[in-house]
Design a protein around this ligand. Structure first.
Ligand code: FEO
Length: 399
């Protein structure tokens, strides 16, 4: 990525990682990502906001040379995760005069992760400021926007907010600023689902904090920047709100067709009752798709056959992820099948302990689903319809 002007005295000097397809050996990146870094030039001092992941340091170094950054006084670290600090040790060697500016929690992590000497780190507190001469950086400590160390940095004179991971997207693009396309909306929602959703309740407050600044521009550390902040803020309003949609997500696997038959019967029964459904075959679906599907629905159903004495491992992974991401669903249940034994219902239910849901009666069958099984599924569909009628604003009944 070439260095580009973002605002007067602010250059974007980070890297686009077009080819990366996996983050943390966990999160799929179908659209790549970027590590955004900003050089802020004041009349007296120069600050660099964040850095890039190791492996992309050549882009950053080339851009700093092109920008004529012979001296950097401060390297602001908004968050210690290595995709933004992987090249910090190298930067500190290149710029021996530079101080790292961060909060106390992040300082401890930087010393642990990279062995950064304590004497090179300046700790700042919430709403503290740093003068660059004619420019002022203000720091907002925002723990649990994803990590406990996260902070945001605000360039007051230009009303530019450097929001770290918050409000970003894993999207490699040559566009400097967000264009309101389906591609960006999907990338932003996927990013929220995979990274931000567990912190939904903290984020509600931080959205207010951000709006209180009235930024004219928001520059996250991944993906294109926001020159129309309300676009992303209003998308977040919907995702973090307590409002759930008249929708059921069913995550399932099936070995010999029993669980699939149960799932298909439930899908048909829900459609007949005016409930929207998303049927996700876990073994053939990447986890990011499942994460995105968990953002809005009122009800989550996990369905698995039994392998030996427990649920199918692919569904175990899906249940673990669902529990970790803490979606806002109000209702959940499980459906399982088995041949000669097992505790799949109990295990799956136990895995969803972090969800604040009402557990609806599970459905379990030995062997292939019987007429009695299908009747239990129709009763489950009735219950889901009744709950959705009572709790969702978009239930309008069968077509
Ligand atoms: Fe993009 Fe939490 O690092």
């Amino acid at each position: 990525m070439s260095a580009r002007s973002v605002a007067p005295g602010v250059l974007s000097v980070g890297a686009i990682d077009w080819d990366r397809r996996l983050f943390d050996d966990l999160i799929p990146l179908p659209d790549g990502t970027s590590y955004n870094v900003f050089l802020v030039q004041g009349s007296e001092k120069v600050a660099l906001i964040d850095s890039v992941d190791s492996g992309t340091e050549m882009s950053l170094m080339t851009n700093l040379v092109k920008a004529g950054a012979e001296r950097i006084d401060y390297i602001v670290v908004n968050h210690a995760e290595q995709d933004h600090t992987g090249t910090l040790p190298l930067l500190l060697e290149m710029y021996p005069e530079a101080s790292v500016v961060t909060n106390k929690t992040c300082k401890d992590l930087l010393m642990l992760f990279h062995g950064i000497p304590e004497e090179r780190i300046t700790v700042v507190g919430d709403r503290e400021t740093l003068s660059l001469g004619d420019r002022t950086l203000e720091f907002l400590i925002t723990p649990w926007v994803h990590w406990p160390d996260t902070m945001l940095t605000y360039l007051r004179e230009e009303r530019v907010l450097f929001s770290c991971d918050f409000l970003g997207s894993h999207l490699a693009t040559s566009d400097l600023f967000v264009r309101d396309t389906e591609e960006w909306r999907r990338a932003a929602k996927r990013y929220y689902a995979e990274i931000m959703m567990p912190f939904r309740n903290s984020i509600k407050g931080y959205l207010e904090k951000v709006r209180g600044l009235a930024p004219r521009m928001i520059c996250p550390s991944h993906g294109p920047l926001h020159d129309d902040p309300e676009l992303v803020l209003s998308a977040y309003d919907g995702w973090v709100s307590d409002e759930v949609k008249n929708e059921v997500v069913i995550a399932y696997a099936s070995m010999h067709g029993s669980t699939r038959a149960m799932v298909e019967h439930l899908v048909d029964a829900l459609i007949e009752r005016g409930v929207r459904v998303r049927q996700i075959h876990v073994p053939s679906t990447e986890l990011g798709e499942l994460a995105m599907a968990l953002v809005d629905p009122a009800t989550i159903v996990i369905a698995a056959p039994t392998v030996l004495f427990g649920p199918h491992p692919a569904v175990v992974t899906a249940a673990y992820l669902t529990n970790a991401l803490k979606p806002k669903a109000r209702f959940a249940t499980v459906m399982t099948s088995y041949g000669w034994g097992g505790r799949s219902v109990e295990i799956l239910k136990g895995m969803l302990g972090q969800l604040k849901v009402e557990f609806l009666d599970p459905v379990q069958v030995k062997g292939y689903p019987t007429a009695e099984t299908m009747e239990s599924i129709r009763v489950l569909a009735d219950t889901i319809r009744d709950r959705h009628k009572a709790t969702t604003a978009d239930y309008i009944g069968p077509a």
